[in-house]
Design a protein around this ligand. Structure first.
Ligand code: BGC
Ligand code: CA
Length: 342
């Protein structure tokens, strides 16, 4: 009997042990969060969007390493189809994703998506293609993360104006006191196409330098389309073109391809872009592109990812404007500082 009494505490421990182990494993399960994020991009093969997407993937990996949370990041390609994009968003919402991020195919079609996300009580983060304010205002957990398009245009204009002031004849080859330019625009209806086109020329003019537009057309953000367009303009205007203003770096690189292919070396026009993509930065460093405006994909991705994980916790460095909008500033890139961007 005495021996039995001594055994009682051990028996109790043995009896309690499975429960204790169970509690422990439940506790462990509870602390590992799984966050499911659905992203739909207008085109995966867009250079800037591809770079922003890979930063999102990096952010997800970093968070997994630092917190032990499991992040499921599902990035889908809408292939320029708004109806395909709507289906992708429906899919994310029906599977109860924790957050949905949308890079609109048609930025005027956001209301339907906002409405669906609101009904599902799911945070919704638009990026890069800015919906109109009244659509975003419909849902308290709807945000837009992007950049101030007008600022990028202004920086492009300032790059040209500075180069002109330093050495007018390096741009105004015919010495008529005006810069004859051609403009390669992004997709029509995109806020960046409209505002960069307007503000780049405005900034040149505001610096006191006159301009004359020879031609403008869209090349839909794409390098090959820009090459084709630029070839036509070279045939038509030849050496009269003194500057090529491009709404993004890919089109600037396309214009440079056309200039190179035409064998035009002496008195080449200056070319400016926007983005500061890796090939864009190389062109600035080797002097074929005069400059660009840095479109900070890395910080935009960090802010988007932060909102997905914590929709209420917006960053102090980039405060919300009008309750829903976050704009990451552009920076001027020229040959002197290109190294610092990558
Ligand atoms: C970028 C372009 C890109 C476009 C896609 C713009 O902000 O500058 O390079 O093609 O967004 O929406
Ligand atoms: Ca001139």
């Amino acid at each position: 009997m005495k021996f039995f009494k001594k055994l009682i505490p051990f028996l109790c421990v043995l009896l309690l042990l499975p429960g204790a182990l169970n509690a422990c494993s439940i506790q462990k399960k509870d602390t590992i969060k799984t966050i499911r994020i659905g992203v739909s991009v207008y085109r995966k093969d867009d250079t800037f969007i591809a770079s922003l997407s890979s930063y999102l993937e990096e952010d997800a990996k970093k968070r997994e390493q630092h917190t032990g949370d499991k992040i499921i990041l599902n990035i889908m390609d809408s292939q320029s189809s708004q109806s395909l994009q709507n289906d992708q968003v429906d899919g994310f919402l029906s599977k109860n994703y924790d957050a949905v991020c949308v890079n609109m195919v048609d930025r005027t079609a956001a209301a339907t998506i906002v409405d669906k996300a609101k009904k599902a009580d799911t945070p919704l983060i638009f990026f890069n293609r800015e919906p109109v304010e009244e659509d975003i205002q419909m849902w308290g957990k709807a945000y837009y993360v992007g950049a101030d398009a007008a600022q990028s245009g202004t920086l492009q204009g300032q790059i040209i104006a500075r180069a002109y002031k330093k050495d007018p004849r390096s741009i105004d080859r015919n010495g008529d006191g005006k810069i004859q330019y051609v403009m390669l625009e992004g997709e029509q209806g995109h806020q960046d196409s409209l505002l960069r086109t307007e503000y780049s020329v405005k900034a040149v003019e505001e610096s006191g330098v006159h301009t004359e537009m020879l031609a403008n057309d869209t090349a839909n953000w794409q390098r090959a389309q820009a090459t084709a367009k630029m070839k036509q303009w070279i045939t038509r205007y030849g050496g009269r073109i003194e500057a090529v203003l491009c709404n993004n770096d890919d089109m600037a690189l396309g214009a440079i391809d056309a200039i190179r292919e035409s064998g035009w070396r002496a008195s080449r026009p200056v070319v400016v872009g926007v983005d500061g993509t890796a090939p864009g930065l190389d062109a600035i460093k080797n002097g074929t592109m005069l400059g660009s405006a840095y479109n900070n994909a890395k910080t935009q991705a960090e802010v988007i990812f932060g909102l997905c994980c914590d929709p209420a916790g917006t960053s102090k460095s980039f405060p919300l404007q009008r309750g829903h909008f976050i704009y990451i500033p552009y920076q001027m890139i020229t040959r002197e500082n290109a190294g610092k961007f990558g």
